[in-house]
Structures are given as structure tokens and as C-alpha cells.
Design a protein around this ligand. Structure first.
Ligand code: NAI
Length: 476
């Protein structure tokens, strides 16, 4: 079996944590039981690019239990939990000497070159064939296939320029070498892939953009916009893991500090609530009047970053946008202000601009925590080099909330793989009855007792007794 992880001897520890997580992931375990006999994913060759954590291990083993052949990478250079990666490779039946699990190419602290090498490895089976399904988080695997196919068709990979980000240079090099090694490979992959299921807001934006431009090569299910994903993982997941990231990285007392949350979408709402819960005085920045009004009515000050940058102790960006905190902002921050991002990509904070400030000195305190000292002597603390801090500095979201997200993922994979002809190229969300099913699978574990509609009540509000209970435009 081909794989590359940090240390296979961590597998036993990983397996114990996977067993604990299984209990906390009732949705995933229920779909495992429901579909085990039918094996709906038999014949599926799924390439997954999603943070290689303990929770993801339970997802991977669920896909395998439903018949899939799986290869996996992390979608972030810092987010892999090495014991989870090792346990997945070794598998339930294997040993460190004779691993029998799933090929994983991921370790904590990859370089960008290693990251794209891993993505390439997982997109090619040992016999040279491509996957027929992608499970993506942020869209990097989808991007590589699309760009590869586009450049193969054009006959050349355009050179990266000095204006392009460092990562684009690495992507271009990866595409050049892979096309040289196996010409036609990406075109073949784009044609073989029946569809992609996408986990996060940022990846979903990319998919809608490609569909709008007419460049999307295969259908996609937007898992993020299942209500049981974005209104739970993005909000309640970040409500938990933003504090975990801050504590593990700095252990600074949050109570009494001034915290700034950039963006008041689902992630921002969770982060702001958590910081407020710790006793911080929270300021929100927003560009959308609706979200800004929500923040104000939730009791937060809403300001511009420029107006408050000098009084903030803890910054968290959650926008999915770029250049939110500029080098100029960072130069104006308080001594030892903490600067962090929980959005998908690292360009919310201008790390390249920070590194270019003449005389600036970076000092690594420990992995994923560094001070940057300005020529005037004051410094700031930057978490995870501007990459998502909850996965870089802590262990991401806990199992229970990820069970909601990943149950949607498994259902979406089954939908696209088994009903391919019902999904012409486009971007879809799962139907509401499946969203409600995911929620239902998590109620017992929390002791929730649901009220059953009477037939007369159901008729009165115009729904079926069994649901769906809301129209598609209901916003929750
Ligand atoms: P969202 O679209 O609900 O929220 C983003 C908010 O940022 C919007 O309200 C938007 O108006 C605001 N915004 C955009 N530009 C801004 C600017 N220049 N200044 C201030 N506000 C601005 O998106 P969501 O679901 O909250 O996701 C945000 C990011 O977090 C995405 O990149 C997503 O992929 C990522 N994410 C990360 C997770 C993690 O565990 N770290 C979990 C879930 C999502």
C-alpha cells in the first residue's frame, strides 16, 4: 500500500481516539448501519481532501464500510493529526508492519510543495487511473483537476508571474511535472469524475464561480449549505474551537480583553458568541448591512478595523475574503496583540506583506505560534502563520458537530455516485428531507424529545406529518 504519514507507530493512540469519536458521531454510525448491506459506494474511487483529523478518520472508515475505495489528503498544511493519519493507514485489521487501511498522504507541518505533492498522489491510483469521485474541503483537489484539464487542452501551462502568490507557483510546477509524466492525465480525470461534494463556504464559492463561467467539469453537491452543516459546524463548531485555538496557542486570559471578529456570517457569529462568553468585549467588522445589523442587535459594537485597530487585544478573521488585516494594520496594533484567522485560506491576513516590512523579525515561540517584532520594538503574536487557527493550533471542531457535517457528506457522495444521471453539471444542495434526517439522527444522543404534529396541525400549516417542515427559502 502506498502512503506517506509522519509516524505509523502513533496508530494505536489514533485508534483509541477514533473509538471514542465513533460514540460521539451518531449520524455517521447510523448511516454506516443503514447502508452496510446495500454497499451503495461499491465501485466508487473517492479522493478526499479534508483535514486529516480523528473525526475525518470516522468519515473515511464510513465511506469504506459502504464499499468505497478511498485515498486521502489534508486540505491544510497544519491540520493533520498524525495519530489519526497513522490509524487510518494501519486500519482495523492491519498492523504497523502490515498496514491494511486507507492510503493517506498527510502530516502536520507540510511545506507547500509537499502539500501539492500529496494532493497529486491521492488523485492517482497505483495503476495510474484517476478517482471517480472527489470529497473536497476548500476546493484544492477540484482546482488541480480543472486547471490540469484546462492547460492540457490549451497545450501548455502558463508560467506564474512575480505578482502571483507563492502557492500559485507551486501549483504551476505541480501541473507541469504531472502533465509531463502522464500526458492527458487531467483531462482523463475530469472526464472520469462523476462529481464532487464540497465541505466549506470558500470551496462552494469557487464551484458557483466555475459553474457561472461555464468551466465546471462535473456536478457538485454543496454540502456547506445543508442547514445541518453551515448552521452547526461553522457556528457551533467555531464557537468551540476558536477558544481552543487561542488557549492552546497562548493561554492568554480572554476575559476583559478587547476582541475583534472580522465578519459576522456563520463562523463569525460562533466566534463572537464564544469570545463574549469568555468575558471579552467583542467588536465586529462587517461589509453586509444585514449581518452588521444582526451583530448590533446581538449586542456587539460594530466598527471599522481602521478605527479600532490600536485598542484590540485579539483579532480573529472569519470572512472568507482576502486582505482583511493588512501589514499596515499590524504595524499599528498593540504590543503582543494576537492575530489569527479561522477562515479557510491564509490570505485574510497579509502575511507576505508583514514579512516584507524592513527590519521585522519573526521568532517562533513554538510550532504555529510566532512573534513578529517591528523595528520600534513592539511585537504581535501571529497564530498558525495566518492559516486556520482552530485546526493549526488546536484540533478543530469536536466529533459531535462534525458528525452532522460528515453525515451530509456521506449522503451527498451516495446521491452523486448512485444517481449520477439525475445531476447534470451544476451545483446542488441536498433536499430538505435529508437535511432533516441528519438532524434527526443526532437528537437521541442529546435526549431531545421531538413533538409530533397531529394530522390536523400538519394540514393547517401545509406540511406532511413526516416533513419537510420548512420551505426551501426558510432561513433558520
Ligand atoms: P459567511 O459568508 O457566512 O460569512 C462571512 C462574512 O464575512 C459575511 O457576512 C461577509 O459579509 C463578511 N465579510 C466579507 N468581506 C468582509 C470584509 N472585508 N470585512 C468584514 N466582513 C466581511 O461564511 P462562513 O460560513 O462564516 O465562512 C467563513 C470562512 O470560514 C470561509 O472561508 C469558510 O470556508 C471558513 N470556515 C472555516 C471553518 C473552520 O473550522 N476554521 C469552519 C467553517 C467555515
Amino acid at each position: 500500500m502506498d502512503y506517506k504519514v509522519a509516524d505509523l507507530s502513533l496508530a494505536a493512540f489514533g485508534r483509541k481516539e477514533i473509538q471514542l469519536a465513533e460514540h460521539e458521531m451518531p449520524g455517521l454510525m447510523a448511516v454506516r448501519a443503514e447502508y452496510a448491506a446495500a454497499q451503495p459506494l461499491r465501485g466508487a474511487k473517492i479522493m478526499g481532501s479534508l483535514h486529516m483529523t480523528i473525526q475525518t478518520a470516522v468519515l473515511i472508515e464510513t465511506l469504506v464500510a459502504l464499499g468505497a475505495d478511498v485515498r486521502w489528503v489534508s486540505c491544510n498544511i497544519f491540520s493533520t493529526q498524525d495519530h489519526a493519519a497513522a490509524a487510518v493507514v494501519v486500519g482495523r485489521e492491519g498492523t504497523v508492519e502490515d498496514p491494511k487501511g486507507v492510503p493517506v498522504f498527510a502530516w502536520k507541518g507540510e511545506t507547500l510543495e509537499e502539500y501539492w505533492w500529496c494532493t497529486d498522489q491521492a488523485l492517482r491510483w497505483p495503476d495510474g487511473t484517476p478517482p471517480n469521485m472527489i470529497l473536497d474541503d476548500g476546493g484544492d483537489a477540484t482546482l488541480l483537476v480543472h486547471k490540469g484539464a484546462e492547460y492540457e487542452k490549451a497545450g501548455a501551462v502558463p508560467a506564474a508571474t512575480d505578482d502571483d502568490p507563492e502557492e500559485w507557483h507551486v501549483i504551476v510546477d505541480t501541473l507541469k511535472s504531472t502533465i509531463a509524466a502522464q500526458p492527458g492525465r487531467w483531462t482523463d480525470a475530469a472526464a472520469s469524475i462523476k462529481g464532487v461534494t464540497e465541505e466549506t463556504t470558500t470551496g462552494v464559492h469557487r464551484l458557483y464561480e466555475m459553474h457561472k463561467n461555464g468551466t465546471l467539469a462535473f456536478p457538485a453537491i454543496n454540502v456547506n449549505d445543508s442547514v445541518t452543516k453551515s448552521k452547526f459546524d461553522n457556528k457551533y463548531g467555531c464557537r468551540h474551537s476558536v477558544i481552543d485555538g487561542l488557549n492552546r496557542a497562548t493561554d492568554v486570559l480572554i476575559g476583559g480583553k478587547v476582541a475583534l471578529v472580522a465578519g459576522y456570517g456563520d463562523v463569525g457569529k460562533g466566534c463572537a458568541e464564544a469570545l463574549k462568553g469568555q468575558g471579552a468585549r467583542v467588536i465586529i467588522t462587517e461589509i453586509d448591512p444585514i449581518c452588521a445589523l444582526q451583530a448590533a442587535m446581538d449586542g456587539f459594537q460594530v466598527a471599522t478595523l481602521d478605527d479600532v485597530v490600536g485598542i484590540v487585544d485579539i483579532f480573529v478573521t472569519t470572512t472568507g475574503n482576502f486582505n482583511i488585516i493588512t501589514a499596515d494594520h499590524m504595524a499599528k496594533m498593540k504590543h503582543q496583540a494576537i492575530v489569527s484567522n479561522i477562515g479557510h485560506f491564509d490570505n485574510e491576513i497579509d502575511m507576505a506583506g508583514l514579512a516584507k516590512i524592513p527590519g521585522i523579525v519573526k521568532d517562533e515561540i513554538k510550532p504555529q505560534v510566532a512573534t513578529w517584532t517591528f523595528p520600534d520594538g513592539h511585537n504581535i503574536i501571529v497564530l498558525a502563520e495566518g492559516r486556520l487557527m482552530n485546526l493549526g493550533c488546536a484540533t478543530g471542531h469536536p466529533s459531535f458537530v462534525m458528525s452532522n457535517s460528515f453525515t451530509n457528506q456521506v449522503i451527498a457522495q451516495i446521491e452523486l455516485f448512485t444517481k449520477t444521471e439525475q445531476y447534470p453539471v451544476g451545483v446542488y444542495v441536498l433536499p430538505k428531507h435529508l437535511d432533516e434526517k441528519v438532524a434527526r439522527l443526532h437528537l437521541d444522543a442529546l435526549g431531545v424529545k421531538l413533538t409530533t404534529l397531529t394530522k390536523a396541525q400538519a394540514e393547517y400549516i401545509g406540511v406532511d406529518v413526516e416533513g419537510p417542515y420548512k420551505s426551501d427559502h426558510y432561513r433558520y
